[in-house]
Design a protein around this ligand. Sequence first.
Ligand code: NAP
Length: 527
Amino acid sequence: MITGKNYIGNRLAGGGSKTYKTFNPLLNIENGQQFIEATTEEINEAVFLATDAYLIYNQKSGSEKAQFLRAIADEILDLDDSLIQMYCSESGLPEGRAKGERGRTIGQLRAFADLLEEGSWVNATIDTAQPDRTPLPKPDLRKMLVPLGPVVVFGASNFPFAFSTAGGDTASALAAGCPVIVKSHPMHAGTGEMVASAVINAAEKTGMPNGVFSNLNSGGIEVGVQLVQHNQVKAIGFTGSIKGGRALYDLAAKRAEPIPVFAEMGSINPVIMLPKALNDRGQELAITYANSITVGSGQFCTNPGLLLGIKGESFDKFIEMLAEEIVKIEPSCMLHPNIIGAYEKNKKNAVAQNGLEVAADYQKQVSPNYARQAVVTVEGKTFQENSQLHQEVFGPFSMVVQCENAKELEAIVANLEGQLTGTIISDNNEIKEYPLIVAALQNRVGRIIFNGVPTGVEVCPAMQHGGPYPASTDSRFTAVGTQSIKRWVRPFSYQNWPDELLPRELRNANPLDIIRSVDGKQTKKAL
Ligand code: NAP
């Protein structure tokens, strides 16, 4: 079923000599299929095809692109159980998770199709001419969003569907009108090839130009580096570690023509636990948080890695209960020996820091690649003084910070690095007593949650998945939800342009019946 080759547009190619295999962490063995890394010639061919495809794809109507996205969703579903089995064999994640993530991926593609069919997302803005204005006449100006050009997408290890080959970055870039070249994640190259075949089938069936999509294998960083440096590539989408995202961001900035890198990276997602809430429902919160820390083996970008509270009886009891609850949970398999290796190393490094105490550390024997969950505690002062403690430990790990008082808690929150999410656990009125803490948290995060857990990222237009650096490289955009399309476009104005030569979105008759701003008023009316 899979070939181990690269999709260079619609063609399968494997001219290279560097090969690698994926790994089944549950069975603790390599999978059989060999994957062939893309050569420099293949990389160049994919980019040139994408550059040519851009000129044609960009001219397709919203409904034609929507058909393409819907066809991708259908083709992915048609791969059925064979795709689910491949996903599980390359990630160690359970079937239920695979199906849920596939549903999310299909849902994203269809949501972008709906957006394109409705059409108003292009922000059409028309300022009509005033030829009699004095001292100078005002020209007719019409502006809308247009695609940037070929986009390179790097997926993350922990979401083989939803943040990968046909995940959110790819779906949003294709919706925007940009051809996509995926740098396939080496840990799930087989899943990547199968999903890529679905995208290629969909492109062929819906008449999309060859090169609108390519999927390149690589077992190391070289292919990605060449792609980012290629002068025909116009933007990068990345989901992964801070180290990887920052390296690509710096590389893109050093190009003769710098290009935007939208990198969504690690986060420790602070949770502030206020005393009354802990007093009233400490046990329930301990169970909820033990689950949130360990769900998916802690391999979520929104994993609650930092719990903060004010010293006192209710917080002490909560820590005790959390420690009791978390070791009751059966450990689960991590994605890859490299990921569990990094988890063990980072956990050990964190625990070795001065002033840390281990509250819980799962001790029983576990199968290979299964992660032992842990919770550690630290005094607020120690946490403030040691920035090593602020780093993400990717896995089922959380650090509890015990603050002397609200002032210390506020100072700690204010000095945190940028985060994807921040959570406040409070009874309804208690939060009003801590306005400065709420304001400090709001300043450091992209999404603030009241009485919940940060894990679970709803896909909808109001979702913000991205935050101040280093949660993401550009906090003005989201990586999840239909508004993520805005990353791949630029505003473009036509001045005094003949009506029949304008894109349909900007013509007098408003043939697409979209909402436009005309002389400052939102309307669907024709001019
Ligand atoms: P990763 O190691 O950064 O890898 C992501 C991709 O980037 C891989 O294809 C990798 O290729 C490539 N890459 C990494 N460094 C590179 C470099 N210097 N030059 C060129 N390419 C490079 O991350 P991961 O292990 O896949 O994902 C886990 C991390 O992602 C966690 O930290 C997690 O918090 C974060 N994450 C964030 C979000 C979010 O939305 N913010 C979502 C999910 C995960 P190679 O593997 O071939 O090196």
